[in-house]
Write a protein that binds this ligand. Structure first.
Ligand code: G6P
Length: 372
């Protein structure tokens, strides 16, 4: 009913709007007075976590994209090798696992069969398993050695939105926690990142208040035959997530690419007018990466692409190459997906609605897939 949807037309729109609160709730009470991160239900000792010499992140769908972002954060902060793998592929590859391997499984529902089977395989091999989950008492956290719950609240729409952003927050917290107990980061360095995380709900509120242009753009793109998404570093999983949302909801062909891979093949897909969404990294800190994406934007534009450029506030130099500019608030590079994903959620939702689809219940999809 309309009341359940809080006045929004779809649960998805309601859940998109709830994201600032969902992030704030997931961060609540996580920082001790001494600037240490507090995780819940972690039945692993600090020594167990210090002994970890390899991290695997295993998940499906949107949760897998959160895992891809986590890899960048964990390797950068913790300096432990970290691999991300689709749950449906993980165990069949016979991965090398032992007591000093930490397997992080990410699941909104906590019931995804592929992820559960991967977790059981990891446990049989004696690996330690830490779950990030949005559903209290579900099977995946019950079978794991430790859990960090995301406090996103129930997610009704099939396409995941607020669960994704809170999974990112959980991944950042785990990365910071590991970095701290292993002595790679000091408490004040951790607290500085947490402070930036705590600022994201307000930034996100500002962003959400200014999405009218994105809605208008969506109506304009509803007849496109394909939309391509490019990004680098943490912008790469954001590109994949943007494309996945569009496939799920609008039943349109869409693909996400690492911007640097374009020239190795996908650039031949670009035709006159092909919409290409470009996720531009922050100019701060990673200037080189940003400049490379800018040249990728110029390359696609020279071949006729219609460019939709997502960039940080204050980065005016990309304007010249953007047919449409979407500006997001500033964040540190690793946290940027908390901002850049959101216009892509809205884009997919609005394109789907403009095409007359049921946004909350897309055809052929289930919220939780309990078969392998
Ligand atoms: C299904 C849903 C996706 C979700 C995936 C993983 O395919 O339609 O939205 O990302 O499962 O779900 P999980 O609950 O494990 O995060």
């Amino acid at each position: 009913s309309a009341a359940e949807k809080g006045g929004y037309e779809y649960f998805m729109l309601k859940e998109i709007a709830e994201q600032p609160q969902a992030i704030a709730d997931t961060l609540l009470g996580r920082l001790s007075d001494r600037g240490e991160i507090i995780l819940d239900e972690v039945r692993l000792t600090d020594q167990d976590l210090r002994d970890v010499d390899k991290v695997f992140i295993v998940a499906c769908g949107t949760s897998y994209h959160a895992g891809m972002v986590a890899k960048y954060a964990i390797e950068h902060w913790v300096r432990i090798p970290c691999e991300v793998e689709l749950a449906s592929e993980f165990r069949y590859r016979d991965p090398i696992l032992d007591r000093s391997t930490l397997v992080i499984v990410i699941s909104q529902s906590g019931e995804t069969m592929d992820t559960l089977m991967a977790l059981r395989h990891a446990k049989e091999q004696k690996a330690r398993v830490l779950a990030i989950c949005n559903t209290n008492g579900s099977t995946i956290p019950r079978e794991s050695d430790a859990v960090l719950y995301t406090h996103g609240g129930p997610e009704i729409a099939v396409a995941s939105t607020k669960a994704f952003l809170t999974q990112l927050v959980a991944c950042y917290l785990i990365g910071l926690h590991l970095a701290q107990i292993r002595g790679v980061m000091y408490a004040d360095e951790v607290a500085a990142v947490v402070e930036k995380l705590q600022a994201t709900p307000d930034s996100l509120r500002t962003l959400l208040a200014g999405m009218e242009d994105v809605r208008a753009l969506a109506r304009d793109l509803k007849t496109a035959s394909t939309i391509l998404f490019i990004g680098r570093h943490v912008g790469f999983p954001v590109a994949l997530e943007g494309a996945l949302k569009l496939k799920e909801l609008a039943y349109m062909h869409a693909e996400g690419f690492a911007a640097g891979e374009l020239k190795h093949g996908p650039i031949s897909l670009i035709d006159e007018g092909t919409p290409v969404v470009c996720v531009v990294p922050s100019p701060a800190g990673r200037g080189v990466m940003r400049d490379k994406v800018v040249s990728n934007i110029q390359e696609v534009r020279a071949r006729g692409a219609r460019t939709i450029v997502i960039t940080e506030e204050g980065d005016d130099s990309v304007k010249a190459f953007a047919d449409h500019l979407i500006v997001v608030p500033r964040t540190p590079t690793l946290l940027a997906p908390l901002m850049t994903t959101v216009p892509l959620q809205i884009l997919a939702c609005e394109i789907a609605a403009a095409r007359g689809h049921d946004v909350d219940q897309p055809r052929n999809l289930a919220k939780s897939v309990t078969v392998e």
